[in-house]
Ligand binder design. Structure first.
Ligand code: CA
Length: 232
């Protein structure tokens, strides 16, 4: 009788001990996995830092000779990119671009299918015709992006053609229309997407300072801190 009454208690103790062991093993494996991932991340960050994105052939602003380059991976269809463009970029421009302290470049990041492609092809076509006017057109595309319901189809070849004609006084409209009809600058987009892949850009906007991604694109102080560190 005594043995029979002990058995269930013993089983419970053994079962509990097993469960504790299993949970401990799971926690250990999980932590090891996390450590491994963190290690890979930091190795990658180091690799990107040693090999920052090239701005060759990209629209740039500021001082191309500067040893501090800030690159934006952006998408005209992305609402956060509009927020960056209108809320953070003007501060960056006033503090570091207009003062000639940094080199700034924009890389097309095509995360919204066909509309991202059309807007980016239009921007590349304007850049090819008039690199100075590019930035006015770039800004105008973001102004055209609806503040609400940005998912609606607002990027069309017609909309981009009208916008380019309005925004870029030097525009050769016929050439622009031919370029759009022939997807003339698709190779530029392929180069841009090659950079997106290499630097493992997962979201837009992604801002990189000399190959280091900032954590929070709305945090101007973080961006400023990285730039100041690199300027020294
Ligand atoms: Ca480009």
């Amino acid at each position: 009788m005594a043995n029979q009454s002990k058995s269930p208690a013993k089983i419970i103790v053994i079962f509990t001990a097993l469960m504790v062991l299993i949970v401990a093993a799971l926690i250990y494996v999980n932590q090891a996995e996390k450590n491994k991932l963190a290690e890979i991340e930091s190795e990658k960050a180091e690799q990107f830092k040693l090999n920052p994105p090239s701005t060759e052939g990209q629209p740039t602003l500021g001082n191309v000779e500067s040893n501090v380059t800030v690159v934006e991976f952006g998408d005209y269809k992305c609402p956060s990119c509009k927020i960056w463009e209108q809320m953070i970029f003007p501060q960056l421009k006033a503090d570091y671009i207009d003062t000639g302290k940094i080199n700034y470049a924009f890389i097309n990041t095509l995360f919204h299918q066909q509309e991202s492609v059309i807007a980016s092809l239009a921007a590349e076509a304007v850049y090819a015709q008039d690199p100075e006017a590019y930035w006015d057109f770039h800004q105008a595309i973001y102004e055209l992006q609806p503040d609400v319901n940005h998912d609606e189809a607002w990027v069309t070849i017609d909309a981009m053609t009208n916008l380019a004609a309005e925004t870029v006084p030097s525009l050769d409209l016929q050439k622009f229309q031919e370029d759009m009809a022939q997807n003339a600058f698709m190779n530029n987009l392929n180069i841009d997407m090659g950079l997106v892949q290499y630097y493992e850009v997962m979201q837009t906007p992604t801002i990189m300072v000399n190959g280091t991604k900032i954590q929070e694109f709305l945090d101007y102080e973080e961006l400023k801190g990285l730039i100041e560190a690199e300027l020294q």
